[in-house]
Ligand binder design. Structure first.
Ligand SMILES: Nc1ncnc2c1ncn2[C@@H]1O[C@H](COP(=O)(O)OP(=O)(O)O)[C@@H](O)[C@H]1O
Ligand SMILES: N[C@@H](CC(=O)OP(=O)(O)O)C(=O)O
Length: 449
C-alpha cells in the first residue's frame, strides 16, 4: 500500500445531512492520498438505536423511533442527484432495522442489539458513497465486517489486530487501488460473522485500526470543532484549539472525557506511529490539531477534561483480619464484569473507585450486576451524581508548583476524591456534578487564560 495513505474518518455531526456530507466529500476529493473514508451514523441515529435496543417500548413507540431514523436517512436520499442508485438498498436496510427493533428478544440479547446498532453506520456509508460519486469519484461502499474482526463481547467488542491486518490487506487494499472506499466505523464481526460493535464513539478507533492495518501514514478525524481544545468548547468560549498533542496526552484526554476522540484511538496510532489530525469538516481550512509521538513543547498543563455521570463506589470489609486478599477479590469481580476502573483510592479495609454510568451506554447493566456481586463479600456504598475533572499535562508528578497552582485555583470547591494518575499526565478530581462546570471554568482561567 502507498506509504502516504490517508484514512479520513467523519463523525456523526459531519454526516448529519446532505449538505454536511458534501463538505466531507470535498475534503476527501481534495487530498489525493485519501483512499479510505470511515463514517459514523448520522447524528442522532445511534441514540435512537440505543433507545430501541435498551428500552421496553410499545409497538407504537417503536414505530415513532423508527420514523425519526427514517426521516434523517430519507432526507439525505431525497437530495441525491440520482437517488434511484441507492433507494432500494436504503429501504432494504430500513426494513432490516425494523425487524431487529421488533424482535421479541431485542432488549435481552446483546448480539441482536449489535446487529441493530450497526444499522446507522451501514445506512450512512451507503449514502456517503453516493454523495462521493456525485463529486465524480469512483466510490464504493465496503462492508467493514469482512475485515474488522473482533471477539464476541457484543456491545463492546475488542478488535483482533492481526486478523484485521491480514483481512484488510487481502480484501480492502485491492479495492483502494481503483476506488475511494467508504466504510463503516464502530461496526465489526466476530469469527462466526456475527455483527459486533466497538462501544459508543468507536468509529475513531475503527479508523485508527484500519489505518494501522493498511500501513497508512495519517489518519484524519473530521468532526464539528477545529481540533482538540484546551477544554470542551461547549463549557467555555475561552477554550482554544491546540496545534499539537502527544499520543499520551491525547489518550489521557480521551479517557477522561474529551468526547472528540475515542479513548482507544491512540493505541494503533502509537503502535504504528500514525500521525492523527483532528479538524472541522465545516471549516477544513482553519487547520486543526496534529497528534504525534513527540511534540515540540511539553507544557505542564495542556488541557482540562470533564467526564460526566460517574458513580462512586466504596467497598468496605470490617474484618481486618481478612483484609489480606480483599483487594484481589474486589478486582476479580470488577474484571469479571469487564469494567474498567479509572480512579481509585484504597485503605487496608476500604476501596473507593469510580464507574462510568453514561446515559445511552451499555454500562448500566454491568454496573448493577457488579454491585450485587460485591455486596456478597462486603459492605457497598454507592454515591451518584459525580463528575471527574482532569488536568492533563506533562511531568505533573515531578514539576515543582504544578499541584499547588491547581489546588490554589479550586480551593473553594469541595473535592470528593483526588487522584494523581499512575502516569505523569494527569491529576483528577471527583466532584459534585453541579460544581464541575464551574471547576473547569475556574481551572481554565487559572491555567490557560
Ligand atoms: N477538549 C475538547 N476539544 C474539542 N472538542 C471537545 C473536547 N472535549 C469535548 N469535546 C466535544 O466533542 C465534540 C465532538 O465529538 P463528537 O460529538 O463525538 O463528534 P463526532 O460526531 O464528529 O464524532 C465537540 O463538539 C466538543 O463539544
Ligand atoms: N455512531 C456511533 C459510533 C461513533 O463513533 O459515532 P461518532 O463518530 O458520531 O461519535 C456512536 O454514536 O457511538
Amino acid at each position: 500500500m502507498s506509504t502516504q495513505l490517508n484514512v479520513a474518518k467523519f463523525g456523526g455531526t459531519s454526516v448529519a445531512n446532505y449538505h454536511s456530507i458534501n463538505n466531507c466529500a470535498s475534503i476527501v476529493v481534495k487530498n489525493k492520498h485519501t483512499k479510505l473514508m470511515v463514517v459514523s451514523a448520522a447524528a442522532g441515529v445511534t441514540n435512537h438505536l440505543v433507545m430501541l435496543a435498551n428500552t421496553a417500548l410499545t409497538s407504537q413507540q417503536i414505530t415513532d423511533v423508527i420514523v425519526s431514523i427514517r426521516k434523517i436517512q430519507v432526507a439525505i436520499l431525497n437530495e441525491l442527484k440520482r437517488p434511484s442508485e441507492v433507494n432500494d438498498k436504503l429501504f432494504e436496510l430500513l426494513d432490516e432495522l425494523d425487524g431487529y427493533a421488533r424482535h421479541e428478544e431485542i432488549n435481552y440479547k446483546d448480539d441482536l442489539k449489535d446487529a441493530l446498532m450497526s444499522m446507522g453506520e451501514r445506512m450512512s456509508s451507503l449514502l456517503c458513497a453516493a454523495v462521493l460519486r456525485e463529486h465524480g469519484v469512483n466510490a464504493i461502499n465496503f462492508d467493514v465486517r469482512k475485515v474488522m474482526r473482533t471477539d464476541d463481547r457484543f456491545t463492546q467488542a475488542a478488535p483482533d489486530i492481526n486478523t484485521i491486518k491480514i483481512l484488510s490487506r487481502q480484501l480492502l487494499a485491492p479495492e483502494l487501488e481503483n476506488h475511494i472506499v467508504v466504510t463503516q466505523g464502530f461496526v465489526g464481526a466476530d469469527a462466526q460473522g456475527k455483527t459486533t460493535t466497538l462501544g459508543r464513539g468507536g468509529s475513531d478507533f475503527s479508523a485508527a485500526l484500519l489505518a494501522e492495518a493498511l500501513g497508512a501514514a495519517t489518519c484524519e478525524i473530521w468532526t464539528d470543532v477545529i481540533g482538540v481544545y484546551t477544554t470542551d468548547p461547549r463549557i467555555t468560549d475561552k477554550a482554544r484549539p491546540l496545534p499539537e498533542l502527544s499520543f499520551e496526552e491525547a489518550a489521557e484526554m480521551a479517557t477522561f472525557g474529551a468526547k472528540v476522540l475515542h479513548p482507544a484511538t491512540m493505541e494503533p496510532a502509537l503502535r504504528y506511529d500514525i500521525h492523527v489530525f483532528v479538524g472541522s469538516s465545516k471549516e477544513p481550512d482553519k487547520g486543526g490539531t496534529w497528534i504525534k509521538r513527540n511534540c515540540e513543547h511539553e507544557p505542564a498543563f495542556r488541557a482540562i477534561t470533564r467526564r460526566k455521570d460517574q458513580v462512586l463506589v466504596t467497598v468496605k470489609t470490617p474484618k481486618m483480619m481478612y483484609a489480606q486478599g480483599f483487594l484481589e477479590r474486589v478486582f476479580h469481580i470488577i474484571a469479571k464484569h469487564d469494567l474498567s476502573v479509572d480512579l481509585i483510592t484504597t485503605s487496608e479495609i476500604a476501596v473507593s473507585f469510580t464507574l462510568d454510568n453514561p446515559p445511552n451506554s451499555m454500562s448500566e447493566k454491568m454496573n448493577k450486576e457488579t454491585i450485587v456481586e460485591l455486596s456478597n463479600i462486603c459492605e457497598v456504598v454507592i454515591e451518584r451524581d459525580f463528575d471527574v475533572v482532569t488536568v492533563v499535562g506533562n511531568n505533573m508528578h515531578s514539576s515543582a508548583g504544578v499541584s499547588s497552582r491547581v489546588f490554589a485555583a479550586i480551593s473553594d470547591f469541595n473535592l470528593r476524591m483526588i487522584c494523581f494518575g499512575a502516569n505523569v499526565h494527569n491529576l483528577s478530581f471527583v466532584v459534585g456534578k453541579d460544581d464541575s462546570e464551574d471547576i473547569v471554568k475556574t481551572l481554565h482561567r487559572a491555567l490557560f487564560e
